[in-house]
Structure formats: C-alpha cells, structure tokens
Design a protein around this ligand. Structure first.
Ligand SMILES: [Zn+2]
Length: 249
C-alpha cells in the first residue's frame, strides 16, 4: 500500500512539474530594437519637446525631380529654396540641413544621416507633378510616431495653400517615411504641373507662407506632442522600404 502511495506521489510530482513547465510564458516575438532602444517600426507616441529638426531638400545634383515646362522650375531647386526658408523660420531649434547646395544625396544615405540624430525629427520637402488637374499639398507618413506631426503639417499647410488636395494626409511606406529610426514625414508642397498652383509656387512670398506654416506645425508638435489629435493609428509591421519597391520621391 505504502509502495503504491509512494509511486502515486512520484507520478503526481512529475505531472505537476510538467504542468508548471507548460505554464511558463513562451519567449515573445522580437519586434526589433535599435542600439538606441527605439522601436525600429516607430510603434510609439509622437515626440514632444524635441529640439533638432533635420530639413531634407528633396532630390539635387543629377536628380532634378519634377519639372515644369511652363515656369522652367525644377523640383530640386524649389526644395532647396524651401529648405532654406524653413531653416530661417525654425528659430530656437537646431536645424540640420540634409543638403544646402545642388548636390545629389542617395536616399539610403539620407536615412543614415537622419539616424545620427536620435532625438530629432526629419522633414523631407518635395514638389509634385501629375496630370494638370491635380493640385494641393500632401503629407506622407508611415510610422505611428510620425502621425500627429504629419497631421499638424497638413492642417497648417492647407490653411495657406492656394489649392487643396482631397487625399491630403497619406500613409505610405517610403524610404524616408519608414526607414529612419526617428519620426519622419515627407511633404509634397504642391503640384508644379498644375497651372494655377505652379504659378503660386513660382512666387517666393507663397513659398515663404508654406515654410512658415510648416514651421508652425513643427513648433506645435514640439509643444503638445500627440495631444488633442485623437487616437493614434494602428501599428503596421512592415519591412524597410527598398530601392524599387516604391517611388523615390
Ligand atoms: Zn520629389
């Protein structure tokens, strides 16, 4: 009897140990963190109180970007002009210029440069072209931590824009909206292919208004973070954007 009881007790101990082992939490799937501890997919709230703004003048050098036959303007010239105007509107911030002359900087190099400033935000400036009827500024974002910055920029820039675009705020995985390890947005400041908007863009005082609106949005984001802009969007896990899987704009 006692031998039976002892055998039973031994079996019970083994069964309980097995049960306990099965209750252990399995290792969690790693989301991937950089050496700086930031979530590589930007699945975090938007920043507040940042002091560094990386201003990226789109295109440059051998890459002219969009162009307008009517005005003779090229995107690379306009983006550099806008970058300089934005820099002068951002008093109080440390402004890092991705380029300050007509030079070509590869998109992946722009990502690497942005990552040197883990406490900064990246604002990439572009102008657009398409069939002539399309007009109005658009702001592209991908990461959760970039959403309210994009929303604020689109709101401020629309308030001063000559024309409006029905899609406005666009979530799109681009190399400069997905790959940097910091909040990053890409602003298409308007369509140089639209005759009315193209004419407005060729006017330096209009470009000043756009730059001032973008600066106001950046200051607002630094002051309030995600505050008062509703719930954050869902996190979407996606691989880094590579050359060829999206437009390079
Ligand atoms: Zn562009």
């Amino acid at each position: 009897m006692s031998a039976l009881r002892s055998t039973f007790a031994s079996i019970l101990v083994i069964v309980m140990a097995a049960l306990l082992a099965s209750c252990e939490t399995p290792p969690q799937g790693s989301i991937g963190r950089s050496s700086s501890g930031l979530n590589e997919y930007g699945n975090r709230p938007g920043p507040r109180g940042f002091s560094t703004v990386i201003v990226d003048a789109g295109h440059g050098g051998k890459d002219s970007g969009a162009s307008s036959r009517r005005t003779g303007l090229t995107e690379k010239t306009l983006t550099l002009d806008m970058a300089k105007r934005l820099r002068s509107e951002l008093g109080g911030f440390r402004v890092v210029m991705m380029r300050d002359s007509d030079t070509f900087v590869d998109l992946d190099d722009r990502v690497r440069i942005a990552n040197r400033y883990p406490d900064g935000i990246l604002v990439s400036l572009h102008f657009n072209e398409s069939p002539p009827s399309i007009a109005g500024p658009e702001t592209y974002w991908w990461r959760v931590d970039s959403y309210t910055l994009a929303k604020r920029v689109q709101s401020h820039i629309s308030a001063v824009a000559d024309q409006h675009n029905s899609r406005g705020l666009v979530r799109r995985r681009l190399r400069l909206t997905r790959n940097p390890m910091i909040p990053c947005i890409l602003i298409e400041c308007g369509y140089i292919s639209n005759s009315r908007e193209g004419k407005a863009i060729s006017n330096s005082s209009y470009r000043n208004k756009l730059a001032s609106a973008i600066a106001s949005a950046i200051r607002e984001q630094a002051a309030y973070g995600d505050g008062n802009l509703g719930p954050l969007p869902p996190f979407i896990k996606a691989p880094p954007s590579r050359h060829g899987d999206s437009r390079g704009s």
